[in-house]
Design a protein around this ligand. Structure first.
Ligand code: GDP
Length: 444
């Protein structure tokens, strides 16, 4: 049976803790006319990619990043938690700037669980109340929790009048319960007083996505069997995987290949290549373990973070806060490469390596209470807290490589650094990012 399934799916996943620069490689693969689909399979509208349109930057949050390519059909697959209201707003934002979004080039799964208004309200209550976790307060964990409790509502509900009536009741009851919670925690400003009005408005905007709602499971099956090229774009990254990441400092999804298979309903044998993206400096938003974090050399930290005006500065997309920053971590990537059967490594921000100085520290293993290990302990923040990195120092070049477009023209020290990473992670580097621009990508 498996022999008959064409290998047509290329996955793009984050190997670290997000913001690795996945957008650029997805864009590069999407430019290939052989590829016909770009599919989001996990996360929600809390992940963002940066797209360039008419020389201006635009963020996509819920929509796939293939929307600027004419030959691409964009799919929000079943594994994504959909906020239909925000998705409708995003669609109209892109339509306003002239991007074609019709049901021929945008499909939203009919069996995605929805993020409802009270999920966002509950998230805000938790963030501003007793249980702060540093979430983006977009209701994602609360919608995921309802999904596990078998109380979630699928996008298909927006397409039928009787289901919409039940949905309205569910939202109104949900807001009343969240109001009670807000009152109990002394967070009166988070109470919603006009329950009916808010629900009406939400439903009115949300039904705008109905023309795009379709059976994406069949769409994917037909595409795979036809042999169409498909790019699966992962949101977030392996460090945030709810099972393999730094639990409990994780997201609500499985951003790797395991989540991709279920999140877009494809057989494992349809997977062709897995591109894992990693950037030269590791950065981290929010709390939780950060094994290779630099905390003392503030001049280095500031150099690596860059200025808030830099397009590629290390500042939180929604908070604007400086990200925590640290060193390239081989055990983390080696583990992710194993779990995802990674075939290509994409190394971004190589242009910024000289900011480290004459040499760069790279963690190749960790010292733990049980001895030295060269894999990261998965699934437990506590176990990761007990790891101390063991570093090797690799010489760094001083030349500006941001306008280099061929591997051969890279400085010898850059080639040696790449070879060191390849050898230790056990995967060949196939693309190298040398700047934030789309064209600042070297194919090795
Ligand atoms: P994602 O969250 O993994 O999709 O990350 P994005 O694709 O949004 O990229 C995060 C930031 O890194 C953006 O501002 C990019 O322009 C920037 N970036 C990506 N690749 C490179 C690179 O090779 N060099 C530099 N300097 N910046 C890059």
């Amino acid at each position: 049976m498996n022999h008959e399934i064409p290998r047509v799916v290329d996955a793009v996943i984050g190997g670290q803790r997000g913001d690795e620069g996945k957008g650029k490689i997805t864009d590069e693969l999407a430019s290939d006319p052989y590829n016909r689909f770009v599919v989001r399979y996990n996360g929600a509208d809390n992940a963002g990619h940066t797209l360039l349109h008419d020389d201006k930057e635009y963020d996509t949050h819920g929509l796939p990043s293939g929307i600027l390519h004419e030959h691409i059909t964009n799919v929000v697959a079943n594994g994504v938690l959909v906020n239909p209201h925000h998705t409708a707003l995003e669609i109209s934002k892109f339509k306003k700037i002239g991007v074609r979004l019709e049901n021929e080039n945008l499909a939203i799964s009919n069996i995605s669980c929805m993020i409802l208004p009270h999920h966002i309200q509950l998230d805000k209550i938790r963030e501003q109340g007793n249980g702060r976790q540093g979430s983006t307060a977009r209701g994602v964990a609360f919608a995921a929790s309802d999904q596990s409790l078998r109380e979630g509502v699928l996008t298909e509900s927006l397409t039928s009048s009787s289901a919409k009536r039940e949905l309205r009741e569910k939202i109104e009851t949900g807001i009343e319960a969240a109001n009670k919670e807000a009152a109990e925690q002394g967070l009166g400003h988070l109470m919603v007083h006009n329950v009916k009005g808010v629900t009406d408005y939400w439903l009115r905007r949300s039904v705008e996505i109905v023309p795009y709602i379709t059976d994406t499971v069949s769409l994917m099956r037909d595409a795979v069997l036809r042999g169409d090229g498909i790019i699966a774009e992962g949101a977030q990254a392996m460090g945030l995987d709810k099972n393999y990441g730094q639990y409990p400092c994780v997201s609500s999804s499985n951003p790797g290949v395991a989540g991709m298979l279920s999140g877009m309903a494809i057989p494992h044998s349809s997977v062709k290549d897995v591109y894992m993206v990693a950037k030269m400096m590791r950065s981290h938003v929010g709390g939780g373990p950060f094994i290779t974090e630099e905390t003392e050399d503030h001049q280095l930290i500031d150099r690596l973070i860059g200025s808030p005006d830099d397009i590629d500065g290390e500042y939180g997309t929604s908070t604007g806060r400086k990200r925590r920053i640290g060193y390239f971590d081989i055990p983390e990537l080696k583990t992710a490469a194993h779990l995802n059967d990674v075939t290509h490594l994409v190394l971004t921000k190589l242009d910024l390596a000289p900011r480290f100085g004459d040499s760069i520290k790279i963690a190749t293993s960790y010292l733990t209470p049980d001895g030295v290990i060269d894999y990261v302990p998965v699934g437990s923040a506590r176990q990761q807290e007990a790891c101390t990195p063991i570093y090797e120092e690799i010489p760094v070049w001083s030349e500006d490589i941001s306008s280099t477009r061929s591997y051969n023209e890279l400085p010898l020290k850059a080639k040696r650094l790449i070879a060191f990473i390849e050898e230790h992670v056990g995967v060949q580097v196939s693309y190298i990012g040398v700047g934030p621009g789309r064209e600042q990508l070297i194919k090795k």
